[in-house]
Design a protein around this ligand. Sequence first.
Ligand code: SF4
Ligand code: SF4
Length: 257
Amino acid sequence: MLAQYDIEFITEKGRDSMVSLKERILLAIYDEFETWATQEKIICKKGCRVCCTQNVTMAAVEGDLIHRHIRENGKMEWFAKKMQQKGVTRRPEMTTNGFAAACLQGDDVESGAYGNESGCPFLENDCCAVYEVRPFSCRCFVSEKKCIPGISAVISESYLAASTAVMQIIEHLGQGEYWGNMLDVLLALSDLPENRQYIGLLPASSADQGRAQVVKALPLPGFLFLEEDVEILGPLLQRIFAHKIEEKNIEDILNNR
Ligand code: SF4
Ligand code: SF4
């Protein structure tokens, strides 16, 4: 469905318009997934926060969305303070598409287990202070049973396959750009021209520290779901790829057609 695409998203000239196109694609993907997920038996409620740890990964385009929200709401000082909170941050060894590529070529890889992470700095009064722009890793983390610290959430295999497929599409959307732990990606983006207001609010080496921890997002090598998941996942992927933005569907935009 997807071929490698080549759009100059990161050039200074025209960056704002291209970033905003990517953000619109991202928001459309979020919306389509949310609509699809209404069929799941999810018990998550406002104020439930066991899952809100520093173990959140995302692509740079998701960081752009958060930074835009921070700028537009004048929350730069709040953000700078939050980013300096100490905690244990776990970092994945490979991206979702890197993991998929390794699996598809038959390599022996493990997805990695996480535990004992510190709470997310964006939690305030047990709620997410950036809820409307939270990354997909947070959006898709749900459970059919109330979570207990240290015990995994309960979700169906098909939900897991669907959320992994969508993560892969989002990584593909941001290929070549930063990918990694949410806090590292946010720091890595903090000295871009549009984020200049952070200069003086964050320690001088913050952006470099973030960049030292992130990796590059990779193109989609193929999906990981099984044949029995196609019936459930097919409609979700079709809806995402057929979603139109400015008269073009997302599949054509991603394929640069
Ligand atoms: S995934 Fe678990 S901890 Fe997170 S909101 Fe849902 S039930 Fe609560
Ligand atoms: S960004 Fe929001 S939803 Fe995600 S882990 Fe942090 S507080 Fe929770």
